[in-house]
Structure formats: structure tokens, C-alpha cells
Design a protein around this ligand. Structure first.
Ligand code: GLU
Length: 374
């Protein structure tokens, strides 16, 4: 598929912005860069592309405020720098995006938030709701609480996980280099930029050198890891130079900038394949004829109003089959609610979920993105 063909299908992107892009030569946050990013992201939004930003820069900003030239060595020092820098980081995004009439939201995540099912769903629902409100989520690792075991460690890998979390169609990683080179461009003058990588291999990751920069964590290795992870979900990645004027516009016009890491699997198919074939159903949801028709003919989500009951014992985000009144299984999906919750809210309107349960994860029992017709 050509780049333009890939880009034409893009409705939602995850944009990872590295510390090197946001800081003026490794020092304080560079306001002009925030202004440019805000301008380009709001232009993309006006064209109908939703953007979720994963931004580094907290530790770098904190270091600059503290007058440190070297990355702090101890974990509490790093956490303190991040705490100081995170508010400066968000303040810059607030200021820059407000100028273009856009609203932003801060979302701080730890690995625990994505490995625990309930918290994964909560994070996902919050992000999707922010997008529904037209707000730009700005995600960073929650550095101040993340001790080693619950750390993502780098925002490149975090951005790949967010890509699947919000079901984005493209991951864009902005760094201070033009893309992936055949050799280390810092050591070899005639190193050549590779415009297209059909498949990221583990060997490529091993070959890539780590970063030499004192302020960023993610070198080329983590960028390749991120691209490989995104590709497994069926999402391509573009690695490009975030210090170049108009880079986001160029990417979204399908211009041959940076390096495109293709994904061999088709996104929908890979996800549907995973739900339909890899996951074992843990229970059943019986639905009425109206809900069945809405799902089969209009590709709709499953709402409580169409549910007659749940069978089996399943938890949130467990795979379940949908069965019609004749006992025929016709679809499979990931449930947002447990079987006992579903039995309490079956037949209700979405506005009544919270009244009945005292809380609500989402309007849908199964969102259409998580639903496959068998
Ligand atoms: N979370 C870190 C920060 O905002 C950066 C991690 C990374 O650069 O990958 O400073």
C-alpha cells in the first residue's frame, strides 16, 4: 500500500513527542515548538483527524528549572524533577492550544493502569470520552509514583500501548532525527535514511544503538520496539523529525517524510481475528431481535436495552458470545461489564445504568470496536 493510501484511512493518531523536540538544545522547554505543534495538531483536527499526544519533557523541564545539566541519578530525584517539570509541560500545552481554541487534558499513566483490566478499561473510557468531547489528551508516564516495577520506562513503548488502547490508525513518533538510517548518522556522514521498513525485526532492534543524549531515554531501540508493537496491532508507525516546520501536515498529506514502518496485518482483521479466534468465550449474553439486527446490519454497539440476560460468570473485558432468542451464537466481543452487572442492567436505558449500579463504565455493554460478527 502506498503512503497516501495508508494516510487516507487515518482518523485517529497517537502523536509521541520526545524531550529532544520540546526543549531548546536540551535545556528549557521551547515555547515556539509548542506553538507550532498546537498549530499543526489543531489543523489536523479541523480536517477530522483525532489526536492523542504522548509527551515526554517533564524530567527535562524539571532539570532546567533546578539548573541541572545532567539527568538526576536517583529515582526520587528523577521523580522530583518530573513533578516540577510536568506542570510546566502542561502549562505550555495549555497556553499553546488555547490560542488555537483547543482544549487539552492531562492523563498520567503507569504500567499497572494498563495491565489491570478494570483500570485499563477506565483509562480507555476516559480517553475515548475526552476525544468525544473534542479534547486533546496529553499523556505522560506518571513518573512521580512509578517505581521500577510499574514503570513503562520510556514513552516510545507507552505510545505503542496507547495506540492500541484508543484504537488509533497511526502512530507518529516525533524525535530530533529525520527517521531510521542504515547506519548511525552521528558517526557516519553518508548514512542513508530508510523511507520504508516493511517489517521490524528483533534483529533490527538489537542492531540499533541506544541514545547518546543526556536527557532522553528512548533511543532508536525503543522506537523500533514501539513500531513493532504497533505493527502487531495492525497499526503503521511513522518516525519523523519533530523539529521540522510543518512535519505533521506533511505526514498527514502522505508526503514521503521520515520512515514508515508498515504493518503487514490489517488492523480490523487482526483485532477481529484476535477476538474471534484467539480468545475463548467465558460466557454468553442473550440479546433480543432488535439488538441482533442493529449489530448485524448496522454494525452497532450492544447497549443494555437489547440485552435479555447473561449466562456464565465473566468479568469486565472478558470475551463473550452473543446469542439470539433461538439460541444461535452470532457474534463475539469483549464485555465492559461483569455477568452479574449485566443481569442487573439488562433491558435498561443507558441513562439508567448509573442509577442502578451506582457507577457506569460506559454506555455500551460491548463497544462496536470490540465486537465481531461470526
Ligand atoms: N516520562 C519522561 C518525561 O516526561 C520521559 C520518558 C521518555 O522520554 O521516554 O520526562
Amino acid at each position: 500500500m502506498t503512503r497516501r493510501a495508508i494516510i487516507n484511512k487515518v482518523h485517529r493518531i497517537v502523536l509521541k513527542v520526545g524531550s529532544q523536540v520540546l526543549t531548546a538544545k536540551g535545556r528549557s522547554l521551547n515555547q515556539a515548538i509548542f506553538d507550532r505543534l498546537a498549530k499543526e495538531v489543531s489543523a489536523a483536527k479541523k480536517k477530522g483527524v483525532e489526536v492523542v499526544i504522548v509527551s515526554s519533557g517533564a524530567i527535562a523541564a524539571g532539570m532546567s528549572r533546578l539548573g541541572l545539566t545532567e539527568k538526576p541519578k536517583t529515582i526520587p530525584q528523577k521523580q522530583a524533577s518530573a513533578a516540577i517539570g510536568q506542570s510546566a509541560l502542561m502549562w505550555n500545552y495549555e497556553r499553546a492550544f488555547t490560542f488555537y481554541g483547543e482544549k487539552v487534558a492531562q492523563v498520567l499513566l503507569t504500567r499497572d493502569d494498563l495491565s489491570n483490566r478494570n483500570r485499563y478499561l477506565n483509562a480507555r473510557n476516559t480517553l475515548l470520552t475526552l476525544l468525544d468531547f473534542g479534547v486533546i489528551p496529553i499523556i505522560n508516564e506518571n513518573d512521580t509514583v512509578a517505581v521500577e516495577e510499574i514503570k513503562f520506562g520510556d514513552n516510545d513503548n507507552l505510545s505503542a500501548l496507547v495506540t492500541s488502547l484508543v484504537n488509533a490508525d497511526l502512530l507518529v513518533v516525533l524525535s530530533d532525527i529525520d527517521g531510521l538510517y542504515d547506519r548511525d548518522p552521528r558517526l557516519h556522514k553518508n548514512a542513508k535514511l530508510i523511507p520504508l521498513v516493511p517489517q521490524v525485526t528483533v534483529e533490527m532492534e538489537m542492531k540499533a544503538s541506544g541514545t547518546l543524549s543526556p536527557i532522553s531515554i528512548g533511543g532508536m531501540v525503543t522506537k523500533l520496539q514501539a513500531a513493532r508493537k504497533a505493527a502487531l496491532f495492525g497499526v503503521p508507525t511513522i518516525l519523523a523529525n519533530g523539529t521540522v516546520d510543518g512535519i505533521i501536515e506533511k505526514i498527514l498529506r502522505g508526503e514521503e517524510v521520515g520512515t514508515l514502518f508498515a504493518s503487514e496485518v490489517n488492523k480490523l482483521n487482526s483485532r477481529k481475528h484476535w477476538i474471534a479466534f484467539t480468545l475463548k468465550a467465558r460466557g454468553k449474553i442473550i440479546v433480543d431481535e432488535g439488538a441482533k439486527k442493529a449489530i448485524l446490519q448496522k454494525g452497532k454497539s450492544l447497549l443494555p436495552s437489547g440485552v435479555l440476560g447473561a449466562e456464565g460468570k465473566f468479568g469486565p473485558s472478558d470475551p463473550v458470545v452473543l446469542t439470539d432468542t433461538q439460541g444461535q451464537d452470532f457474534a463475539k466481543g469483549l464485555s465492559n461489564y461483569t455477568s452479574s452487572e449485566i443481569n442487573k442492567i439488562k433491558g435498561l436505558k443507558t441513562t439508567e445504568i448509573e442509577i442502578k449500579l451506582g457507577y457506569k463504565y460506559s454506555d455500551e455493554i460491548i463497544h462496536r470496536d470490540d465486537l465481531v460478527v461470526l
